[in-house]
Design a binder for this molecule. Sequence first.
Ligand SMILES: Cc1cc2nc3c(=O)[nH]c(=O)nc-3n(C[C@H](O)[C@H](O)[C@H](O)COP(=O)(O)O)c2cc1C
Ligand code: SF4
Length: 606
Amino acid sequence: MLATIQRIVDNHGRNATRLVQILREVQDALGWLAPDTLTALATALGLTHAQVESTAGFYHFFHTRPQGDYRVLFSDNITDRMLGSADLMQALCKDLWLEPGHVSEDGLVSVGTTSCTGLCDQGPAVLVNYRALAHMTPSTIRQMAQLIRARVPLDQWPADWFVVQDNIRRRDIVLNAELAPGAPLAAARERGADALLNEIEHAGLRGRGGAGFSTATKWRACRAAPGSTHYVVCNADEGEPGTFKDRVLLTTRFDLLLDGMGVAALAVGASHGLIYLRGEYRYLLPQLEAQLVQRRQQGLLGADVLGPGCSFDVEIHLGAGAYICGEESALIESLEGKPGRPRIRPPFPVTHGYLGQPTTVNNVETLIVAALVAVHGGAWLRAIGTPVSSGTKVLSVSGDVARPGIYEYPFGVRIAEVLADAGAVQPLMVTTAGAAGSCLAADAFGRRIAFEDVPTGGSIMVFNDSRDVFDVARNFVHFFAHESCGFCTPCRVGTAVNARLMDKLATDHGSPYDLDEMERMHQLMQGASHCGLGNTATLALRDLLHTFRPAFERRLHAQSYEPAFDLDAALSQARRMTRRDDADAHLGDNHSSHTAAPATLPESQP
Ligand SMILES: Cc1cc2nc3c(=O)[nH]c(=O)nc-3n(C[C@H](O)[C@H](O)[C@H](O)COP(=O)(O)O)c2cc1C
Ligand code: SF4
C-alpha cells in the first residue's frame, strides 16, 4: 500500500493541491480509501489527516468504506426514472441478492444511485466502475447480473452497451463549425489582446453556463488584475439534471474548445489552462488526453503558441461526483485539492482564483463561441439571435419527446418550436434550467429562449400530461438535499426539510401546513443562502406548487384535505355548533371550545 501511495504522490510532484486527483488514483489502485491510506497520504503530502479526510469525505465518488469490485450506479435523474431506472435497479439487486446502497457479503458488487449522469437522451443509464452504459433494459440488466456473478471483466462485456450517442438533431454556428484546428488561435494572435477583447465585447458574448455574465467584462477584469500567473479554467462540470450538451461539445468540438481556451488565455494574459471535467464523464478522459498530446505535437499547445515567448498549455482535472463543484469558486477549491465548498466572495475569481491568482472560469460553450468570434468578428455574432442575446444556444432536450438530443438554435427561438422539432406529444410542462430554474406550463410555450425572456443553461426536460408533477418535484427536492454542500444553514436545513415534507406527502401523511411550509422554505432560502445552489434550489418547486397545485393537494392526508375554503359549509357547521352550544348551555355544560368558530376552518397539523 505504501509503495503504491508513494508512486502516485511522486507522479504528482508531491503537490497537495492535486489531492483530488491523487485520491482518485489511490482509490483506483487500492479499491477504497481506508483510514490508514488517508494517514499515509497525509504524511506524504505534508497535510493533516483531517485535511485529507475532509476532502475524501466530501465527494460522492470517493469511498471511505469498502465497495464492491463492481460498483454499479444508476442515474437517478427524473428522465431516467421516467424510463424505468428504479425498477431496473430493483431487478439487478434481486438478481444479485443485494440491497440497494449495500455491498454484497463477498465484496463482489455494490449497487446504488447517483445524481444525473448526463445521458438523459439515452437512459436509463448506469455507471459501472465509472464507465457509462446507456439504454439499459430488463434484458441487459439480467445479462449484467450474470456477467458480474461470473466476474467477467468490463472489457469483455458487450461493446454496444458502452456506446454513447451524440444525438445531434439541429445544428447552427457551433455545431456546423468546420474551422481547422488552430485557426481561431492564429486569428486571435493576429488581432492582438486589445482588439480581440473589443470583438468579444462587440459580439455581446454572454456566458452560456447559466448566469449569462458578459464575457468581455470578465476577461477585462481578469486581465487587469495583478498576479504572477493568470489562469483560464473551462467549466465542464455539467451537473445540472437534464444537461448533456457539454458532453457532446467535448466529444465533437474539443479542438474548437482548446482554441477557445487559447483565445481566452491571449485575452487575459494566461499561460495555463485547466479543464474541470465532471467525474461522470471520466470515460471521456483517455480520448481527450490523446487529443491534448496530438495538439502538442502539432504545435497548437505549448511554447510560443500565443506568440513569441508566450506559451499556453492545458491539463484536465477530474471531478468526483459533486454537483456543487459546477459553481465556479467551489470548482476552484476542488482544483486546489479541497472539498468543493463555495468561497466567500468578494474577492472574485477574476482577481483571486486558482491558487489565489487571477482566473477566468468559463463554460465549454462560451469558450467555443469565443473561438468563433476570434475568426469571424463581433459583428458576425451580433447579427445572429436577438438584440440582447447574440448568437445561438445549444440545448439538451430530453424527457417525453420522440427525438431527444442536442438542438442548437439562434437565441429567440420559441419553446413551442423546440418542442415541435423534438416531437413532444401533449406536453404538460418543461423545465428550462434543469432542477434549478423555472418550470413552464403550456400557456408559456410561446415564450422565447433568450436572456431577456427565458434564460437557460441548456437543460430542457419535457413532461407530458401522463406524468405526475408531484414525482418530478420530489425528485428535484431530493436532488438538492443530496447535493447541498452543507456549508450554510438555510440551504442545509431548507433542502433537508423540503425532502422530508415531500416524503410525508408521498406517503399520504401530508397536510396543507406542509405546502405552506415549503413556500416558507423558499422565502427563507432565497437570498439567505451562501451560493447559487441554495438560491435556486426551490425555484422549480415554487413554480410547480403554484402552477400544478392539485398535484400536491391530491397527496394530502384525506382528513386534512380541503381543496379550498368552503364558506357555505363553514357557516352551516357554525350554525350546527351554535345550536349544540345552546343545548349544552341549557344542560349547564357550556365549554368555550364549543363556540370556537375558527375550528370549522380547514385545519392543518404540522
Ligand atoms: C450550483 C451551481 C452549479 C453550476 N454548475 C455549472 C456547470 O456545471 N457548468 C457551468 O458552466 N456553470 C455552472 N455554474 C455557473 C458557474 O458558477 C459560472 O457562472 C460559469 O461557469 C461561468 O461561465 P460562463 O460565464 O461562461 O457562463 C453553476 C453555478 C451554480 C451556483
Ligand atoms: S447554499 Fe447550499 S451549496 Fe451553497 S454554500 Fe450554502 S449549503 Fe453549500
